[in-house]
Design a protein around this ligand. Structure first.
Ligand code: AP5
Ligand code: MG
Length: 191
């Protein structure tokens, strides 16, 4: 099964993707995690990437599509995958379609985790206290939400038009969100 998670920053994509990957033996690919690892490694590319992450801006599409292509070429996507935080722009969605066609694969479900901005702010400010992620502060959270609205949210229509969109309410306990997720994957309900 091949799944894409869509949702605003802090909607719970990472939490649910991790759970589902363990539960079903799927490959969990988080572009945010890959990028944070690149930053930690301190390579010249990592240095450049850090500026985008800290500002809450999207890393350029060609860099991201390159990262995903590496994973596909390495065969990591062949036995079922969850994409968490990718695609995030129209160009990335089209890049993904091309890549999947090349590898004779397709997307089964695009799951949109829906959560109000006010709840998201609370979650991310709380995480700032616990983990200190460099982009979890008031100003950058506001900017990340704006970037989501402008660049990523149009993909909701993109995938709805293809009959792939499943929407779940992300403002419940993580276990209840997971139950809702399992139900839409079972029924393939379109929303
Ligand atoms: P990325 O790492 O993808 O961050 P994000 O989209 O901002 O989302 P988060 O990871 O903050 O939230 P999440 O939805 O995964 O929720 P989580 O489960 O963690 O991207 C970071 C940056 O990398 C981007 O700004 C950009 O610069 C760059 N980037 C990444 N991908 C890119 C791409 N494709 N193209 C270009 N640039 C890209 O939960 C959040 C918090 O809430 C946690 O503390 C969690 O414990 C808590 N929580 C989760 N679920 C619940 C629940 N049900 N109830 C209460 N609390 C909950
Ligand atoms: Mg995440």
């Amino acid at each position: 099964m091949n799944i894409v998670f869509l949702g605003a920053p802090g909607s719970g994509k990472g939490t649910q993707a991790q759970k589902l990957a363990t539960n079903r033996g799927l490959f969990h690919l988080s572009t945010g995690d890959l990028l944070r690892t690149a930053v930690k490694n301190g390579s010249p590319l990592g240095q450049k990437i850090r500026q985008y992450l800290d500002a809450g801006n999207l890393v350029p599409d060609d860099v991201i599509i390159g990262l995903i292509e590496e994973q596909a070429d390495a065969g990591n996507l062949s036995n079922g995958f969850i994409l968490d935080g990718f695609p995030r722009s129209q160009a990335q969605a089209e890049g993904l379609d091309r890549m999947l066609t090349k590898h004779h694969m397709h997307i089964d479900h695009v799951v949109l985790i829906s959560v109000d901005d006010s709840v998201i702010r609370q979650r991310l400010l709380r995480r700032a206290e616990l983990e200190g992620r460099s982009d979890d502060n008031e100003a950058t959270i506001t900017h990340r939400l704006k970037v989501y609205r402008n660049q990523t949210e149009p993909l909701v229509t993109y995938y709805r038009d293809r009959g792939l969109l499943r929407t779940i309410d992300g403002d419940q306990t993580p276990d209840d969100v997971f139950a809702a997720l399992s139900a839409v994957l079972r029924n393939g309900t379109t929303a």
